[in-house]
Design a protein around this ligand. Structure first.
Ligand SMILES: [Zn+2]
Length: 130
């Protein structure tokens, strides 16, 4: 029997999607939150080129409390953005808005593991209703 071996990127994605799927929903974790709108702005590592920008209202009953966003770098390995702690801190402090910036901690591609970090940037803003 031939065993399919996943590459480092696919293996990491598989573990992450399992972690997200098994987490509680936002509604379960944050009963005090009545609404959540998220604004996201993705920037290239040089921070000059904006790859995309979006704003949406989160469905609290369906969104997972592992508040995860894919890195826009299609070759990224072991990266992505996890805003779980940022959101939890904002809610714990009952902030109506919170914003910040996270840098992808992955590798730029599977051929640059341990050498070139990914470095893509996600700027976020949460607008929270209680
Ligand atoms: Zn990345």
């Amino acid at each position: 029997m031939h065993h399919l071996k996943l590459g480092p990127r696919a293996e990491y994605r598989r573990q992450e999607s399992e972690r997200i799927r098994s987490s509680a929903t936002l509604a379960e974790r944050f009963a005090q939150v009545k609404s959540l709108t998220v604004e996201l702005e993705y920037l290239a590592p040089d921070r000059l080129n904006r790859s995309s920008q979006l704003r949406y209202t989160v469905n609290l009953a369906h969104a997972k409390s592992v508040f995860h966003f894919d890195c826009p770098n299609q070759e990224c390995v072991q990266g992505d953005f996890d805003l779980s702690t940022d959101l939890a801190n904002a809610v714990a402090a009952r902030l109506p808005t919170a914003s910040g910036e996270v840098v992808c901690q992955g590798w730029r591609s599977k051929t640059t593991i341990d050498r070139v970090p990914c470095g893509h940037v996600l700027r976020y803003k949460f607008i929270v209703g209680y």
